[in-house]
Design a protein around this ligand. Structure first.
Ligand SMILES: NC(=O)c1ccc[n+]([C@@H]2O[C@H](COP(=O)([O-])OP(=O)(O)OC[C@H]3O[C@@H](n4cnc5c(N)ncnc54)[C@H](O)[C@@H]3O)[C@@H](O)[C@H]2O)c1
Length: 385
């Protein structure tokens, strides 16, 4: 079994180290920040002991997992690893410098993987003398709990490296999907309207936060409504992802960020972590009640849903991933109740196209343009699957 190196012992890196060690690998977890390493060690110990209490592992199994992880502040300890997974700050020049140094330490055939969410894998791998060894492996937070990992070959990635990375992460009991190296990969691209269209509906005064959340959970079957979810993710984090995706798509209006979210973020209304976001989480404060008007609720649900379906079909149109992987990504990465392509098939392609066309006519905005593939399929009487 190969030795696994993980660089960055923050939220993602320590989770990834746990996943690899649980699957039996020797893991070296490196961070430049010593207190952060200590923190990672303590929190991993706590997590594993909680799993022992819950009966998931015997005491000795949990201890073995912990013993397999070496905590270090020296990248030289990566020597002899079969793969390094980088999970440091989201900054291209820092990542480039780190990858340049990594190549001096590891063997010729060591895979160099990045967990980046928003940078291109191509730009991270560009500094390597052997660029065929770069690959994206995008885990979701928390890594030990979320089943999905997006595997991203860059234009430089060797096919053998892609296959080896996928096989390795499959062996960690993760659900892997392969996606093109384009902004947001699958999940962070296709999910944008869940937030963006909900915010737009609010901005138009159609409904308040609680009513939109109610429509998406009660009538849409989603586990969390968009505002509850944004409060959970953090408005600062969610806003930054939207802004990054928007810019990376050359300002395609479909991904335009929302001023409402920007203002909430600016005000420090970040969500649960700051005690207040769209909702007030202070003790004793009751959450607002939705207006349970079914007609209104269905209008909200359908508007957000067709925008999501259009994104999924457009991702297929642009060969971002296979049909199967687009659906898996949304059910396993963000817990959607159904794969969006499957769902489109169920409600009918004509219905989705008619809704989008009506929105585009009403608003005259490019934001609502139906994917050419949707139009083509309807015209030819085709199905998705
Ligand atoms: N947090 C998420 O939900 C999430 C999800 C998927 C992917 N990501 C991506 O994962 C990466 C890490 O994100 P995070 O949330 O874990 O960040 P984090 O801030 O929790 O952790 C980053 C860690 O990297 C360390 N670090 C910084 N520079 C370093 C260097 N040169 N060498 C070694 N260690 C260094 C820091 O000390 C810190 O401990 C980012 O690329 C991010 O985009 C984050």
């Amino acid at each position: 079994m190969i030795k696994v190196g993980v660089l960055g012992a923050g939220t993602m890196g320590s989770g990834i180290a746990q996943v690899a060690a649980t699957s039996g690998h020797q893991v070296v977890l490196v961070d430049v920040n010593e207190p952060q390493l200590e923190k990672a060690k303590q929190s991993l110990t706590k997590v594993l002991m909680r799993l022992v209490e819950k009966g998931k592992y015997a005491h000795n199994e949990a201890n073995d997992i912990l013993r397999r992880i070496t905590f270090s502040s020296d990248m030289n300890d990566f020597s002899g690893s079969g793969i390094i997974i980088e999970a440091i700050v989201e900054n291209l020049s820092i990542k480039n410098e780190v990858f340049r140094n990594l190549e001096q330490i590891v063997d010729e055939d060591c895979i160099l993987a990045t967990n980046t969410s928003s940078l291109s894998v191509a730009s991270i791998g560009a500094v390597l003398t052997k660029p065929g060894r770069i690959v994206g492996v995008h885990f979701f937070n928390p890594a030990p709990l979320m089943p999905l990992v997006e595997i991203i070959p860059a234009v430089q990635t060797a096919e053998s490296v892609l296959n080896a990375a996928k096989n390795l992460i499959d062996s960690w009991h993760k659900v892997t999907v392969i996606t093109k190296d384009t902004p947001g990969f699958i999940v962070n691209r296709v999910a944008r309207p869940f937030y963006g269209e909900a915010l737009r509906i609010y901005e138009e005064g159609i409904a308040d936060f609680a009513t939109i959340d109610w429509a998406m959970t009660e009538l849409g079957g989603f586990k969390m409504g968009p505002f509850t979810l944004m409060d959970y993710i953090g408005n600062d984090v969610n806003y930054t992802v939207t802004e990054t995706v928007f810019a990376a798509f050359y300002y395609d209006p479909r991904y335009r960020p929302s001023l409402t979210q920007k203002r909430h973020s600016e005000a420090g209304y970040l969500g649960r972590k700051s005690g207040r976001g769209y909702y007030n989480y202070a003790e004793g404060v009751e959450l607002p009640s939705p207006t349970k008007d079914e007609k209104l609720g269905l209008e909200i649900r359908d508007r957000i849903l067709v925008m999501l379906m259009n994104e999924a079909i457009d991702a297929l149109f642009l060969h971002i991933a296979s049909k199967k992987d687009i659906d898996l990504a949304m059910t396993k990465g963000v817990n959607y109740p159904k794969g969006l392509l499957q769902w489109t098939e169920e409600v009918g392609l004509e219905w989705v196209l008619a809704k989008l066309t009506a929105l585009q006519e009403e608003y005259g905005e490019d934001r609502y343009r139906p994917s050419p593939l949707l139009k083509r399929m309807v015209k030819n009487g085709q199905k998705v699957f």
